[in-house]
Write a new protein. Structure first.
Length: 516
């Protein structure tokens, strides 16, 4: 029975696999996988790890919507994006997809770990693959914790039907065990100490340390987070360029600032960041459409735009503004096209910004090979500044972290003292539309989600946003105001899974704030 479930999972991993990093995902996997030979050699173990990488949900754009940074520029909001705008319940498809995708990743990681344990691979190959599989499982469980709170938890190879019998385990218990797993992976000595791209897109010891730091930050364990973040910023081979734009320049997408991400092959229409950040012609005006035609920006979903109120907070001398704020364009005839929405040039993959195009040759429509930047070194420095601040206030160490390469990269004077609001602002300006947390999880962990969303209609009106934007922003504020504080900080447990559990006498219960 055990072998049957392992084989089923491995076959699922294989045939659901999306190719990625070009030095190890271009082999013909279908010709090498059989039930009898799995995990007989390193290549077969790597096939399973490729599947776990494919389970990673990479797009962070949706976590910027409904915040002080992001809004949708779609003329009609797609159903899959309503969850970001607080328009969801336990029957919403995207809620269950978030749940099921993460648990698919957990199940697959458990099965891979079981297969590795019983294999005859060398200690080095088994140790390295096991450390990576623990990383992927911990990645999925943190996604479940931050989205749903207390959730069903299992670490072993279990019949999926049996999982429906489980109740919920406290998030802090799950977090403690995942942190222990990540510590074991770090201490194993088997993980690469190279950069992410230098390791062929596989998790390194630095990616594992970064995930461990995220766990500690989520649970407000600031001293432990600081330890991991110091290790990364002081010892890893990852480096931040003096030029903020370098990581987005054509040909430099795989740069040494990336600690962990998800790479896509050109010609594969699966890069959500590329597709969702482009403009929607129905939501714009004639002059804007002319501007987009002149600059070869494709008409796509415009699911992620930047709030005008947030765009206005960038200092005009901040070098990052050029690559994050595009709200107008001078046409060839001299007409100034004023956009209805603010777009992010760094995500457009076109000949923008005009004064310093990030690409010489725009990507074809839907064909971007731009990687999803999930863990970034700049995030490590910002989290280190936050950890130092939470422990010791505006200390020399906190200032050193937030000021790292500030003059070169940002073009602004160093801070001489900081507040928590300075840290929050810097995270927004640096990571707009990107990052592992997304803005929404930052607002949640800071305890200011509700107050921020409720303040947005007035802020957008003052910034001169179009009526449709103000109307939608007010709808978001009304929805979050109608629920008790905390309700929209987590998703409800999917109704379908609750009913399955009830039908077989399981112990799964709804999150308290979502009980009707």
């Amino acid at each position: 029975m055990k072998n049957r479930y392992i084989i089923i999972a491995f076959m699922t991993l294989l045939f659901g696999m999306t190719v990625g990093c070009d030095d190890y995902l271009e082999e013909d996997a279908k010709g090498t996988l059989t039930p009898d030979s799995f995990f007989e050699n390193e290549a077969e173990a790597n096939l399973a790890l490729n599947g776990l990488q494919d389970d990673v949900i990479a797009s962070g754009l949706i976590q910027h919507l409904g915040t002080d940074i992001g809004l949708t520029g779609r003329f009609a909001i797609a159903g899959g994006w309503l969850v970001a705008l607080y328009d969801y319940n336990s029957s919403t498809a995207q809620v269950r997809t978030t749940w099921s995708d993460a648990y698919t990743g957990v199940r697959n990681a458990n099965l891979v770990l079981s297969g590795l344990e019983s294999s005859n691979l060398s200690a080095e190959v088994k140790g390295n693959a096991t450390a990576q599989a623990k990383f992927y499982r911990a990645f999925q469980y943190l996604d479940l914790i931050r989205n749903f709170g207390d959730v069903p938890y299992w670490r072993d190879e279990v019949n999926i039907a049996e999982v429906s019998l489980l109740g919920k385990t406290d998030a802090d218990v799950i977090g403690a065990e995942m942190i222990a797993d990540l510590e074991d992976a770090i201490n194993s000595g088997y993980l690469s100490t190279s950069t992410w791209q230098g390791n062929g897109g596989r998790p390194t010891v630095w990616a594992v340390r970064m995930l461990k730091a995220y766990y500690h930050v989520w649970f407000n364990e600031w001293a432990q987070a600081r330890t991991e973040l110091i290790a990364i910023t002081a010892n890893s081979p990852h480096v931040m360029s003096d030029d903020y734009a370098d990581m987005y320049r054509e040909g430099n997408e795989l740069n040494d600032e990336l600690i962990f991400g998800k790479e896509f092959l050109a010609g594969i229409n699966n890069n959500q960041d590329h597709n969702q950040a482009h403009f929607n012609s129905n939501g714009e005006n004639e002059e804007t459409r002319d501007a987009m035609a002149e600059t070869n920006v494709f008409a796509r979903a415009a699911s992620m735009c930047m709030r005008k109120s947030f765009a206005n907070t960038y200092d005009d001398n901040d070098k990052r503004k050029l690559y994050n704020v595009w709200d107008s364009h001078t046409l060839k005839d001299g007409t100034v096209a004023e956009f209805n929405y603010v777009y992010l040039p760094k995500l457009l993959r076109a000949a923008v910004p005009i004064s310093d195009p990030l690409m010489e040759t725009p990507d074809p429509n839907g064909q971007s090979s731009q990687p999803a930047r999930i863990f970034r070194l700049s995030d490590a420095y910002l989290l280190l500044a936050e950890a130092e601040f939470m422990l010791n206030g505006s200390s020399a160490e906190a200032l050193a972290a937030i000021n790292y390469k500030r003059a070169e990269r940002v073009g602004l004077p160093d801070y001489t003292a900081i507040t928590i609001q300075d840290i929050r602002n810097e995270r927004g300006w640096e990571l707009a539309g990107e990052g592992f947390w997304g803005r929404k999880f930052d607002l949640i962990r800071w305890g200011i989600l509700e107050s921020t969303v409720i303040s947005m209609p007035a802020a957008e009106a003052a910034a001169g946003s179009i009526p449709l934007t103000i109307e939608r922003t007010q709808e978001e504020a009304d929805r979050i105001s109608a629920g008790p504080v905390g309700k929209f900080q987590i998703f409800p447990i999917p109704l379908e899974d609750l009913l399955i559990s009830q039908d077989i006498g399981g112990a799964l219960t709804q999150n308290p704030l979502w009980v009707d």
